[in-house]
Design a protein around this ligand. Structure first.
Ligand SMILES: Nc1nc2c(c(=O)[nH]1)N[C@H]1C(S)=C(S)[C@@H](COP(=O)(O)OP(=O)(O)OC[C@H]3O[C@@H](n4cnc5c(=O)[nH]c(N)nc54)[C@H](O)[C@@H]3O)O[C@H]1N2
Ligand SMILES: Nc1nc2c(c(=O)[nH]1)N[C@H]1C(S)=C(S)[C@@H](COP(=O)(O)OP(=O)(O)OC[C@H]3O[C@@H](n4cnc5c(=O)[nH]c(N)nc54)[C@H](O)[C@@H]3O)O[C@H]1N2
Ligand code: SF4
Ligand SMILES: [Mo]
Length: 753
C-alpha cells in the first residue's frame, strides 16, 4: 500500500508510519508518509486519544527540524580551549572508549558520586540515564523535574502518599477547575480545546490565579491576580473562608484527616481583609473563589509550575496550602476530582528496570547527593524515608521517586567549583540545556568552564550554548529517526508507541546508545543490549508482546480503562498514619516545618536586600505556544512569530520608568543585566514584569559569546544562592526583585555575524 488517503488524509499502513511528535512531553500521535527514504507529508494521528488528529504549531515543524542544516550530525571532540569552538570529528566508538576510560579513572579516584548527569523534559530516554546512574551508584542526577514541580509532588506525597501532578479535569464530570499559576492556553494545547469547550458550555467553572490576564484568564469565571509569590497567603485566606463557612467536607475531614484543628488555628488570622492586603486580591474575590471551589465538587486544583518556583518560604506555604485545599474539600480520588495515581501499569516493567531503590544500598555508593545536608528531602535519605512511610500501601515505594531524588543545581555547581561537600568531576548533559533553561545559569557556566571539571559531555540536536563548552558533543536522533516508547515517566497507566519512520541521518544516534555504550564498557553488559528495541522489548515483556507488535498495531496510545477511585477506602493513604496528614509527619521528621504558615509580609525572605534599588517583581519562563523550553527557535515559522524577546509591563509601570511600547529595556538584578523589548500591556499587574524565557540565538556563530546566551536569557539573572531554593530544592524563578530602565541598543538576537 502506498500513501493511501482517506478523505484526502494519509491513512496508516505501507509507507505511512505511525509515530509520536517528540517535540514536547504531550507526545501527540502523528502519521508520516515516507518517499524514497525521506519523510514528506504528515498530519496528526486521528486515532490517538491525546490529540485526535490535531497538531499544535510546533508539531508542524517536525520535518523542517529533521532536515535542518544546523542539526548536529557528527561526534565532535574539543581540540582548543573550552568554548573556543575548535573541534575534531571523531567516530562514535572512539568517543565511547575515551569517555568510558575517563569515567573509570574518575570513579577510581573520587568514587561513583563524582559523576553527575543533567537531563531535560522531553521523554527521549530518561529511563536509560536513570538505569545507568542507579547501576553506577551516583545519587547526583537532575532532570528538569527539578524545577518542574518537585515541591508539589513531594508535598502531596508527604500529605496523602500520592500526587495529583499529572491528573487532569474530566470533561462532563469536573464541575470546577482552579488553574493556579498555570496557563493551558499556551502550555497544554491539547487540553486547552477541551477546557474551552467545558467552560464555554457552562458545565465547568474556571478560576484562574495568575498575576497576568492570560488567554486562560480571559475565559475564566473568576480571575484572581495576586502579587507574585503570595500564593500561600491567598490559599490561607481561602482555607479560612471555607472552614468559617462550614463548606469543608466534614465526613472526610473527620474520618480521613489528621491536623485539621491546627490548620484551622493557623488559618484563623487570614481574614479576607488581611489576605487582600498581602496578596492585592480584593477581599470579596477571595471569598467568592473559596465558595465557588468548595461548593462545586468534584473539583480539581490544577498543578502549575509557578508555586514550586517561588522559592524559600513562599513555595512551602503555597504547596502545603494547595494540598490542604484539595483534601478538606473532599476531592481526593473522586472521579472528576483529584484523581490519585493508580498502581503502576502491570504491562510495563518501567520501575523495575530503572530501580531507584538500588541507590539506597548500592555497594559502591558511600555518600548521599551533594544537597543532602541542605535539602534533606531531595536525597537518597529522603527517598528512603518516603519508602518507609508509604510501605503499607505501596510496598515498592516507587511513586515520585525521581522527583525526590533529583539533585539541586546550584549545589551541584558548587560541588564542582568548591569540592563541597565532595568534588563532582564529570557531567553528562543529555536532552537538557542548563545554560539556558536552568535557574542561576551563570554559576553553571563557571562550573562548566572550570578546570575542576574534568569531563563535560553533551548530547543534543543542536550545538547549544552548553554544547559549545563541552569536551565531547554527541549528535542525537529525533523522534522520526527512532522507535518511540513513551512511558510518561511511569506516572500514569498510559503508554504510547511510535514506529521508526526513517533511518537516522549522518552519525546521529539514539540517546540510549550513549548509556548502553558506557554500560557495556563499565557495568554489567547483560543489562545493556546493543539495540534499543531489545531494551524496549524488556520494558514491554510483562505484556507478552514485543515493542514491534505494539507499534505495528492500530492505536499508538493505550489508556487502560480500569481506573479505580477512592482507593484509600481499601488500604488507607500511603502515609505513616494511613490518613491524610494535613501537617505531614514526614516533613517534620526530615526537619522541615510542616505547618502551612505564611511569614512575611510580603514573603519569608527577600531575594535581594535593597528593595528600593530593585522595585519590581519579575516572572520568568511563562510558556508560549510556539516554543518548548529553549527549543524550536530554529524553526522558521516559530521564529517569525517571536522574532525578539519581549518583556511585558503594565502602562503605569512603563510610564513611571519613561518606557514606551517597543523600547529596548535593561532588566537588572545582582547577578547581572539582560535586554528585552518592551511590550506594554494592561494584562499584567502593575509593578510586575514578565520576561521572555529561555532565549539564545541559534543563528549566531557558535564561537561568539555562546550564541548570545547572556544577552536576553532570563536565567542569566535568576539567583544561584542555595539558601533561596525551596525546601524541595527548587530554584526561585518567579516573583524575584529586579529593576528596569530604557536603553538604546537592542540585543544582537538575529545577527548572524
Ligand atoms: N527561569 C525559568 N527557568 C525554568 C523554568 C521557568 O519557568 N523559568 N521552567 C523549568 C521547567 S518546568 C523545565 S521542565 C525546564 C525545561 O528545561 P529543559 O528540559 O532543559 O528544556 P528544553 O529546552 O526543552 O530541552 C533542552 C535540550 O534538549 C534538547 N533535546 C530535545 N530533544 C532531544 C532528544 O531527543 N535528545 C537529546 N539528546 N536532546 C534533545 C533540545 O535541543 C534542548 O537543547 O526549564 C526549567 N527552567
Ligand atoms: N508551548 C509550551 N508548552 C509547554 C512547555 C513549553 O516550554 N512550551 N513546557 C512544558 C513544561 S516543562 C511545563 S512544566 C508546563 C508548565 O506550564 P504551566 O504550569 O502552565 O506554566 P507557565 O506557563 O510557565 O506559567 C503559568 C503562569 O504562571 C504565572 N505566574 C508566574 N508567577 C506566579 C506566581 O507567583 N503566582 C501565580 N499564581 N502565578 C504565577 C505566569 O503569569 C504564567 O501565566 O508546560 C509544558 N508545556
Ligand atoms: S509539540 Fe504540539 S503537536 Fe507535538 S507533542 Fe507537543 S502539543 Fe503535540
Ligand atoms: Mo517543566
Amino acid at each position: 500500500m502506498s500513501g493511501e488517503r482517506l478523505n484526502g488524509r494519509l491513512a496508516f499502513g505501507g509507507n505511512v508510519k505511525r509515530t509520536l511528535c517528540g517535540l514536547c512531553p504531550a507526545n501527540c500521535g502523528m502519521l508520516v508518509e515516507v518517499e524514497d527514504g525521506r519523510p514528506v507529508r504528515f498530519h496528526g494521528d486521528p486515532d490517538n486519544p491525546v490529540n485526535a488528529g490535531r497538531l499544535c504549531p510546533k508539531g508542524s515543524a517536525v520535518i523542517e527540524l529533521y532536515e535542518h542544516p544546523d542539526r548536529l550530525n557528527h561526534v565532535l571532540k574539543r581540540v582548543g580551549a573550552r568554548g573556543e569552538g575548535k573541534w575534531e570529528k571523531i567516530g562514535w566508538e572512539q568517543a565511547m572508549d575515551e569517555i568510558a576510560d575517563k569515567l573509570a579513572d574518575i570513579r577510581e579516584r573520587e568514587g561513583p558520586e563524582a559523576l553527575a548527569t543533567l537531563g531535560g523534559t522531553q521523554h527521549a530516554r530518561d529511563w536509560a540515564t536513570w538505569r545507568f546512574v542507579t547501576e553506577w551508584g551516583t545519587p547526583n542526577f537532575i532532570n528538569s523535574g527539578r524545577n518542574c514541580g518537585s515541591g508539589s509532588m513531594i508535598t502531596e506525597c508527604a500529605m496523602y502518599g500520592w500526587d495529583t501532578v499529572t491528573a487532569s479535569f474530566t470533561p462532563g464530570v469536573t464541575k470546577c477547575l482552579i488553574m493556579w499559576g498555570a496557563n493551558y492556553a499556551e502550555s497544554n494545547p491539547m487540553g486547552w480545546g477541551h477546557l474551552r469547550k467545558a467552560v464555554q458550555s457552562g458545565e465547568m467553572k474556571l478560576i484562574v490565579i495568575d498575576p497576568r490576564r492570560t488567554k486562560s484568564a480571559d475565559i475564566a469565571t473568576l480571575h484572581l491576580a495576586p502579587r507574585p509569590r503570595t500564593d500561600g497567603a491567598l490559599a490561607l485566606g481561602m482555607i479560612r473562608a471555607i472552614i468559617e463557612e462550614g463548606l469543608h467536607d466534614k465526613d472526610f475531614v473527620e474520618n480521613w484527616c489528621t491536623g485539621f484543628d491546627e490548620v484551622r488555628e493557623i488559618a484563623r488570622e487570614w481574614t479576607p481583609e488581611r489576605t487582600s492586603e498581602i496578596t492585592g486580591v480584593p477581599a470579596e474575590a477571595i471569598v467568592e473563589a473559596a465558595r465557588l471551589y468548595a461548593t462545586s465538587a468534584p473539583a480539581r486544583l490544577s498543578f502549575g509550575v509557578s508555586t514550586s518556583q517561588i522559592g524559600e518560604g513562599a513555595a512551602r506555604s503555597a504547596l502545603l496550602c494547595q494540598a490542604i485545599l484539595r483534601a478538606i474539600t473532599g476531592n481526593l480520588d473522586l472521579p472528576g476530582g483529584e484523581t490519585l495515581q493508580d498502581e503502576p501499569y502491570e504491562n510495563l516493567a518501567y520501575w523495575d528496570l530503572i530501580d531507584f531503590t538500588r541507590l539506597i544500598d548500592h555497594p559502591r555508593r558511600t555518600r548521599d547527593n551533594v544537597n543532602a545536608r541542605d535539602v534533606p528531602i531531595s536525597s537518597v535519605g529522603g527517598y528512603a524515608a518516603f519508602r518507609k512511610a508509604m510501605a503499607a500501601v505501596q510496598p515498592n515505594g516507587h511513586y515520585a521517586a525521581q522527583y525526590m531524588l533529583f539533585t539541586s543545581q546550584p549545589h551541584l555547581y558548587r560541588a564542582v567549583l568548591e569540592g563541597d561537600p565532595y568534588p563532582v568531576r564529570a557531567i553528562i548533559v543529555q536532552n537538557g540545556e542548563p545554560l539556558v533553561n536552568y535557574g542561576g545559569s551563570r554559576l553553571a557556566q563557571q562550573a562548566f568552564s572550570s578546570e575542576e571539571l574534568e569531563l563535560l559531555v553533551v548530547m543534543d540536536h543542536w550545538l547549544t550554548p552548553t554544547a559549545q563548552l563541552a569536551d565531547y558533543v554527541l549528535p542525537a536522533t529525533g523522534s522520526l529517526e527512532r522507535p518511540e516508547l513513551s512511558m510518561r515517566w511511569g506516572f500514569t497507566r498510559m503508554f504510547s508507541t511510535g514506529q521508526q519512520v526513517v533511518d537516522p541521518l549522518f552519525e546521529r544516534r539514539d540517546d540510549y546508545d550513549l548509556w548502553s555504550g558506557l554500560g557495556r564498557r563499565l557495568l554489567d553488559p547483560a543489562q545493556w543490549p546493543e539495540k534499543v528495541e531489545d531494551m524496549l522489548d524488556r520494558f514491554l515483556a510483562p505484556s507478552g508482546k514485543s515493542f514491534r507488535e505494539w507499534a505495528d498495531e492500530g492505536a499508538s496510545t493505550y489508556l487502560p480503562q480500569d481506573r479505580q477511585f477512592r482507593k484509600y477506602r481499601k488500604h488507607g493513604f500511603a502515609t505513616a498514619s494511613g490518613k491524610v496528614e494535613l501537617i505531614p509527619s514526614l516533613l517534620a521528621d526530615l526537619g522541615i516545618d510542616p505547618r502551612p504558615t505564611y511569614t512575611g509580609p510580603p514573603y519569608a525572605r527577600s531575594d535581594v536586600d535593597d528593595e528600593a534599588a530593585y522595585p519590581l517583581q519579575m516572572l520568568t519562563g511563562s510558556r508560549v505556544l510556539e516554543f518548548m523550553g529553549s527549543t524550536m527557535r530554529q524553526a522558521r515559522k516559530m521564529k517569525a512569530r517571536h522574532p525578539e524577546p519581549l518583556v511585558e509591563l503594565h502602562p503605569e509601570t512603563a510610564a513611571e520608568h519613561g518606557i514606551a511600547d517597543g523600547d529596548w529595556v535593561e532588566i537588572a538584578r545582582p547577578e547581572g543585566a539582560i535586554r528585552q523589548r518592551a511590550s506594554v500591556t494592561d494584562a499584567i499587574r502593575p509593578g510586575t514584569v514578565n520576561l521572555a524565557g529561555y532565549w539564545w540565538d541559534p543563528d549566531r556563530r557558535p564561537d561568539r559569546d555562546l550564541s548570545g546566551v547572556w544577552e536576553a536569557n532570563a536565567n542569566a539573572i535568576t539567583p544561584y544562592d542555595t539558601d533561596l531554593s525551596s525546601f524541595a530544592g527548587d530554584q526561585p524563578l518567579r516573583g524575584l526583585r529586579c529593576s528596569i530602565r530604557r536603553v538604546n541598543e537592542p540585543v544582537g538576537i538575529g545577527q548572524s555575524a
